[in-house]
Design a binder for this molecule. Sequence first.
Ligand code: LLP
Length: 414
Amino acid sequence: MSITRQNGHLQVENHSVESLAEQFGTPLYVYSRQSIETAFRAYDAAFPDRDHLVCYAVKANGSLAILQLLARLGSGFDIVSVGELERVLQAGGDPQRVVFSGVGKRVDEMERALDVGILAFNVESEAELERLDAVACARGVQAPVSLRVNPDVDARTHPYISTGLRDNKFGIDIHRAEAVYARAASLPGIRITGLDFHIGSQLTELEPLADALSRSLALVDRLDERGIPIEHLDIGGGLGIRYQDEHPPTPAELGESLAPLIGDRNLRLLMEPGRALVGEAGLLVTRVEYLKPGHRDFAIVDAAMTDLLRPALYDAWQRIEPVASPDTEPRVYDVVGPVCETADVLGRERALALQPDSLLAIYGAGAYGFVMASQYNARPRPAEVLVDGDQAHLIRERETIAELWRGEHLLDRP
Ligand code: LLP
């Protein structure tokens, strides 16, 4: 275990969280290297008998040092913008292990991805296919393409992070996909390589994934009969983590339930996990500024929805615990930030023993934490520290106030 308590004090690997807060200030993101590496290895071992590539979904946490350590483990990357592509390259990632997802790829993004030679474009619409063909032809190359199908299954997760229903904007209706593949096969700038789906995030059941896989495999077989062979199947990401009392399937269980469906088909398997690799590896550490008793008791802390948006945006529940076990009696608090929004809540009705100045740790903050941070209310974004055994690396400095207006210009006319 990478995040533990020693005599009541929270530790990340061999580092006390109190000393990290002391050294780097708060709010502070703290990650465990060991936890990320263990999660990656578990995912990488899920399909032992099959050629496969884990393509970490950069959107979950795109900090360079995190990408670097995953690249060193042999990870590929799932990106959704040229910005994420440049991050991967900057961190030493291999472009030939990059898949490019997203419904709105611009021409310049396609050009750059073609120039560096990515593994595949996950094409999400017919219009995108035509554009990609034109861009590739203009460069005299062929774009490797995997169509993202929308298998129309209910992922049974939060509606905001469910993507595999026909109502969602993602992917190509699976019932149209065969025709779109036929069209793709006729385009000179397109080389069909794969088939892709991603049905949603924070999945806690395997059945919807198995469903999506079965439908996709049926399509692969039909395409094969038509003389359109599929080389790789990309099953997306989505495995959940434990925020509260969920029991998400492990990567091993994922493998055990999906591998028999694929059978002996000659398909390379791609996966795009984000949250499951980094989510549980991270804490957001924050300090109590004020305790405000009243009709409801509020603990006002120095982190806000600007630092961790999930509770405000999705009403997501993330565990909050004092960093040091206190000797006072617990009371029920709403843990809120200083931002001028009623939605600026990190946790509602939490029984916590607190005093002003107490440090709190918010769990499950390694995924969709820092990446969704903003500067609203002119709040510099937090620092990030990666703990590696007894070393703590500052992987991102706390933003400075002056950085808040970098690139802005005052009017020079009176
Ligand atoms: N692949 C595609 C095409 C995706 O859209 C996503 C996530 C992933 C992979 C990675 O999914 P994961 O393994 O992390 O579940 N901000 C939300 C989550 C949004 C997920 C968007 N797509 C949250 O904080 O819950």
